[in-house]
Structures are given as C-alpha cells and as structure tokens.
Design a binder for this molecule. Sequence first.
Ligand code: NAD
Ligand code: ZN
Length: 360
Amino acid sequence: MTYKNFPMVPRVVFGRGSFNQLNEILRPKRLNEKAPFIFIVDDVFEGNPWMVDRIPLQFNDKIIFVSADEEPKTKCVDQYRDEIVAEFDELPSGIIGIGGGAMLDYAKAVALMLTNPGSSADYQGWDLVKYPAVYHVGIPTISGTGAEVSRTTVLTGPVRKLGMNSDFTPFDQVILDPELTKDAPKNQWFYTGMDCYIHCIESLTGTYLNAFSQSYGEKSLDLCREVFLEKDIQDDDSQDKLMMASWHGGMSIAYSQVGVAHAMSYGLGYLLGTKHGIGNCIAFNQLEEFYQEGVAEFKEMVSKHQVEIPVGVCKDLTDKEFDIMIDIALGLVPLWENALGKDWQKTITRKKLRSLYELM
Ligand code: NAD
Ligand code: ZN
C-alpha cells in the first residue's frame, strides 16, 4: 500500500476585503517588467469598477475577460496560451484567475500549458503533466466547487471531459475574500453551493473514506447545513462560511473521491453541456437509492430556498445519445468504486444507468 503524497496550496489569505491586498501579494512575484501578470476574469465583471479598478495592472499586465457560459474547453485553453505566447516576449510572471470554478480552471490550465508543450488535451488524465506551471493564483467569486484547493482542472476535450490531475496543478496562492461572492445570482449560488454539499455526501458515504477526508468532510457538511438549512437570511456570515465549506469540501475529496452524482453529471455535461453545479443537482435529485439521507436533506434545502431543479432533461434523447452519456459515466471508475466498492460493476449496468438517466 502506498499513500498519495498530496500537494496543498502553500499560501492562502482569508478575509473580507483581502482582495485589496492583491498588489502587495503579486509584487514580489514579478519576474521583470516584460513578464506580465495575466488576469483571467469572468466577463460578468467586465465594466464593474468595484472589481476591475482593484486589479493592479502595471507595465504590460493584461486582463482577459472570459465567458463562463460554457465550461472550459481544451481548445480555448490552447488558444489563450498561444495568444499569450505570441503577444509577449517572455513567459508571464503569473496567471491569476478571478471567478467561479470555470475561471479558476482556466487559470490553472493556461499556467500549466505555458510550460508544457502540445495541447492541453494531451494531459487530460492523471499525472501526465511534465513541468511545473508558471506561478498561478486563484481568487474565487462564488463558493462550492473546491477548485481553489484541488489538484485538477476540469476540461472538455475532443474525446473526453476529464481533468488535468497533477502535482503541478494546485494554485501557488489563493485569496479567499468572501465579499467577492456577494452578487452571485441566487440560483447559481445554490447550484454551486450544492456542489459542495454533494462533495461532502459522496465523500462521507464512500468506501474510500478515511479520517483525513472525514475530518474535512464533516466540517464542510456542518457549514453547508448552517448556510442552507439553519439560517434564514443570507448575510456576510453565510458568505464567509460557504467559502470555508468549499475549501473543506475540496480537501475532503482530495483524499477520497466523489461518487454517483458526479459520474452521472459528467455524462450530462459532456452530451448536453449541462454545467457542473446544476448537473449535479439534477442527478443527485434522483439518487435516493444511493444517498437516502443526503437526498432527503437536499430536497429540504431546495424547498427552503425555492430553487427549481430541472427534470426531464433526457426525455427526448436517442439511444445513441444515452449511450454517449453512459460511456462517459462508466469511464469514471474510481467514482463508482468509491461509491459502491470493488464490485460496483455487478449493480451498475448500462441498463441501470439508462433507467437513472431517464428519471433525470
Ligand atoms: P462558474 O464558474 O461556472 O460560474 C457560474 C456563473 O456564475 C457564471 O455565469 C458566472 O459568470 C457567475 N458568477 C460567478 N461569480 C459571480 C459573482 N460574484 N457575481 C455574479 N455572477 C457570478 O461556476 P462554478 O459553479 O463555481 O464552477 C463550475 C465549473 O467549475 C465547471 O466548469 C466545473 O467543471 C468546474 N469544477 C472544477 C473543479 C476542480 O476541482 N477543478 C471542481 C468542481 C467543478
Ligand atoms: Zn463537484
């Protein structure tokens, strides 16, 4: 038995308004005046002075506004990398992602692809990345994915939706400023928050569970319950707590795995473009037989916050389309093994998955 030697984010700032310290955090990391900091920023913030005026541009630093309407694609990562290489004489001093999981993943992937040759699609998988990334910083503006702590960057490529999982992927620096999440739209706040809740349930009920994962998962679950069930208002305290729930949830799955909802949500995402947060909710909503208590509690949260969880998203699909989703889901072996144990293939047949997708 060998144990994973897990890299962690070496530096983190936490606090409301800590985003104001960005300049002093970056300054010592500037390599020279020709090596820019590149800020990959969710385009929802374009023209928003509260955000943009606090991004400390100097010399040839640059902001790239990126849409989160579609989840990150390998071809977009390659394109941003190519544009940066073409525009500047030197490698950037750093890549800073500002936004939700999508922007954090873009920042990680572009930072890795500036030092690794070829296409990001070549590195989708486990431990395929060869060289350390350029310095990269993550600044979440919505809480739940755990992308700020994870060792992966989830990308949709020509043949698969899979992360670049590597020791070089985690951020060198994270800035946790819960105030940045204050304008997240309510539905999205809920879907992304539920990603965290589902990480906890899948980790805590999984066969891979161990004391490391449990300690983070239980803390994260307590925080999720406080935010989504116990509190009647959404205030500063909820933003602070959900940001830390996301962190702990991400730490919990680092040393275990996610489970059935994520496996099936990846299928929905690949075929239908359903985004991670809402896709997990659509899947989890139909998974009582695997996560009885978790799904019941999830439904309480849905009804408390009066959020709509779509149903019937698969109703018009062809056999071929179902097969594509089933192939993607079945390919995620560690997720099934975590959820159901080594013998998972005895119960998780193509027919079983088809019937579950039909419920969704
Ligand atoms: P997101 O990045 O997809 O953004 C969702 C929406 O919220 C977007 O429309 C965005 O513009 C908006 N938004 C974000 N912050 C806002 C703010 N402060 N104010 C107003 N609008 C705001 O959301 P997400 O759920 O955080 O991330 C999902 C992505 O993360 C997926 O691409 C998924 O694959 C990835 N993911 C990665 C990991 C990982 O470990 N790397 C884990 C889970 C999910
Ligand atoms: Zn997730």
